[in-house]
Design a protein around this ligand. Structure first.
Ligand SMILES: *Cc1c(COP(=O)(O)O)cnc(C)c1O
Length: 368
């Protein structure tokens, strides 16, 4: 927390707006929409809920297919299963670690041949880095299939000057405790389609129809963000830009200190994009460093330093066994390779210099 949250929470308490919805929710939605440059936003209880709403708004149903990035957190694809639709996983490409346009192209060609286009494409921007949106948009537009941009990790990032999360028909940000800003738990759906957002509000409030009694003709959800949590979000939004500078600085220090080690490669920042560097991620080549990623993690763990592997691709998860998957090309399975070699280092915005140097020293002495 930054200390700026308390005034918004106090406002809610002093006006007794504790119930879900209220002035903080309205303002938080307006502030996020302004920040990323879209017409509107709907604050909800999690990023996962926002993805679920986006799929519902696009009428994704039982038996439909949805194309989805493979290298991501499971929350990206779970809502596809909530809708009883079938995810088809798309590999990453090496320059952004995000969805490969060549793999997406092949998936669409096959879908066209089978006469079954996907209802939506979910594109993820992992670790704060935007995917190659121009290439991906061109393909999706050609087939007229809408995009949901999972920007849960990339609030504040941009692609060619435009905010990450604003390229698709819908964009999603998360305010879970581990994200760049947090409401302890929460998320938001953004779009330029104000009618769709109105419907999202309806679905997220149990699909209660505007009648003088409780009347429901559609399935709904209890997905709205509370007025208290929205207050936390407003305070956090005030420090978002500072948080991004801090995360980028932390990345730079790691890169300066470790980037020259042979066999160590930092996650690239695609030209004309601005990453929020949510997490510092890098790959370690076992042949060149003499250490597997498992061993690197063990060495850190031994020093009581917590690090994590890069996401295990969803097409390798038992949960999604049997789902189709398109690799970057015949020889190259980029997401699998990143999983085999990738690690995320401690990257918190409040990390001290001493702590960071301790991580650096530990890696330097073992990767030599
Ligand atoms: C965190 C995250 C989500 C889910 O957000 P929650 O608010 O935790 O539900 C979805 N996708 C990605 C890529 C995430 O990192």
């Amino acid at each position: 927390m930054s200390g700026k949250e308390v005034k918004y929470i106090n406002d809610a308490f002093s006006s007794n707006w504790i119930a879900p919805l209220g002035p903080n929710v309205d303002e938080f939605e307006r502030e996020i929409a302004n920040y990323v440059g879209v017409k509107g936003a709907v604050a909800v209880s999690s990023g996962t809920a926002a993805i679920h709403l986006a799929l519902s708004l696009l009428n994704v149903q039982k038996g439909d297919t949805v194309f989805c990035s493979s290298l991501t957190f499971v929350a990206t694809a779970n809502p596809i299963l909530y809708q009883q639709a079938e995810p088809v996983f798309i590999d990453s490409e090496p320059e952004s670690w995000n969805m490969s346009a060549t793999a997406l192209n092949r998936a669409f060609k096959d879908a066209e041949r089978l006469n079954k286009l996907p209802k939506a494409v979910v594109i993820v921007n992992i670790y704060g880095q935007s995917a190659k949106m121009d290439e991906l948009l061109a393909i999706c537009n050609q087939y007229q299939v809408p995009i949901i941009e999972d920007a849960a990790e990339s609030l504040g990032a941009s692609y060619k000057g435009k905010a990450s999360g604003t390229f698709g028909k819908f964009g999603v940000y998360s305010f879970n405790g581990n994200k760049i800003i947090t409401t302890s738990g929460g998320g938001i759906l953004v779009s330029n389609q104000t009618d769709a957002l109105k419907r999202a509000r309806f679905l997220a409030a149990q699909s209660k129809e505007p009648k003088p009694y409780y009347h429901h003709s559609e399935l709904g959800y209890n997905y709205r963000l509370s007025n208290i949590l929205a207050g936390i979000g407003r305070g956090q939004l005030e420090v978002l830009d500072e948080r991004i500078s801090e995360r980028r600085r932390i990345f730079q220090v790691y890169q300066q200190e470790l980037g020259r080690l042979i066999g160590v490669n930092f996650m690239p920042e695609l030209e004309n994009t601005f990453s929020n560097r949510w997490l510092t991620a890098l790959t370690v080549d076992e042949n060149l460093t003499g250490m597997s990623i498992k061993e690197v993690l063990a060495v850190l763990e031994n020093e009581n330093i917590e690090a994590r592997r890069v996401w295990k691709p969803l097409h390798l998860q038992p949960l999604f066994k049997g789902c189709r998957y398109y690799s970057h090309n015949k020889e190259e399975h980029v997401a699998e390779q990143l999983f085999q070699t990738g690690i995320c280092l401690p990257s918190g915005s409040n990390m001290s210099n001493d702590d960071q140097m301790r991580v650096i020293e530990c890696l330097r002495s073992s990767l030599n």
